[in-house]
Design a protein around this ligand. Structure first.
Ligand code: NAP
Length: 252
């Protein structure tokens, strides 16, 4: 795979899968815009990316759900690099919430970052991706049976699956591809929103891994490798695909 000179936006790059993806792109010579909210972590990833091939990423520190933030990401990228080749929609979060809750706060927050932001960023990136015949990779969870507390999260997964299929179909006429990489349980900071203490995290992973046939928790690097493969020109006719990397957990 060759990403030398390719301009790539990675959201959620301050942590987990997005961080691993940004660094792997950097190792293949990509020119990056990395997006996150945690300054210390984003800075660390920026340094790691720069060490790979000497290309300093554009680091954009903001909450993507606030007004004009998606615009700022695209504007800074195009101002700096004059083009855009790849958008990786990786920022996301999980919050437990239920139909028995009395407000819509968690629901709205989940919809905003997991669903609205990828849609809006895609809209904003499209004029540039049309010019470069580029592509979009959406990152969201493998299919799962709904469990208590996860209804909005399951709705989002289904919506993003439909978004990827319909998006890939609609954008094909412009020479732009849209695909999804859908991880199973991956060792990141994702679970920190589920009120699990750091010292109990290993125990939590051990418990959760029991739903995976191989009982393995995936490392972010493995998901990053699949994201780069999908974003590369290795299979130029891969479009509207939902690639599941979950150790067959969604089938068990
Ligand atoms: N880990 C898993 O088991 C798993 C499984 C299935 C799917 N996924 C998907 O993989 C993607 C990446 O998650 P991860 O596992 O790498 O989790 P993570 O380590 O928690 O990383 C999440 C990233 O999203 C960013 N983010 C969240 N809300 C944001 C906001 N409002 N504005 C800007 N950035 C925001 C975070 O930024 P800050 O930390 O800087 O705030 C962080 O960089 C998510 O879309 C998730 O749905 C993960």
């Amino acid at each position: 795979m060759d990403f030398a000179g390719k301009v790539v936006i990675v959201t959620g790059a301050s942590s987990g899968i997005g961080a691993a993806t940004a660094q792997l792109f950097a190792s293949y010579g990509a020119l990056l815009t990395i997006v996150g909210r945690n300054e210390a972590r984003l800075l660390k990833i920026a340094e790691a990316c720069e060490k790979e091939k000497g290309n300093k990423p554009v680091s954009v520190l903001l909450d993507l759900t606030t007004e004009n933030s998606c615009e700022e990401v695209v504007r800074k990228t195009v101002e700096t690099y004059k083009k855009l080749d790849i958008l990786v929609n990786c920022a996301g979060k999980v919050i437990l919430t239920s139909l028995f809750d009395n407000d819509m706060e968690a629901f709205d927050e989940l919809m905003a970052i997991n669903l609205r932001v990828p849609y809006k960023l895609t809209q904003l990136c499209l004029p540039h991706l049309k010019r470069s015949k580029g592509n979009i990779v959406n990152v969201f969870g493998a299919p799962m049976r709904s469990r208590p507390g996860f209804i909005p999260f399951c709705m989002i997964r289904d919506a993003l699956e439909r978004f990827t299929k319909a998006g890939g179909l609609e954008l094909a006429q412009e020479g732009v591809r849209m695909n999804a990489v859908r991880p199973g349980i991956t060792r990141t900071n994702f679970l920190s929103n589920l009120n699990i203490d750091e010292e109990n995290m290993e125990q939590a992973y051990k418990f959760i891994s029991q739903v995976v046939p191989s009982e393995v928790i995936i490392e972010p690097d493995e998901i990053a490798r699949m994201i780069l493969f999908v974003a590369s020109e290795t299979c130029p006719n891969m479009n509207a695909a939902n690639i599941v990397v979950d150790g067959a957990a969604s089938l068990s």
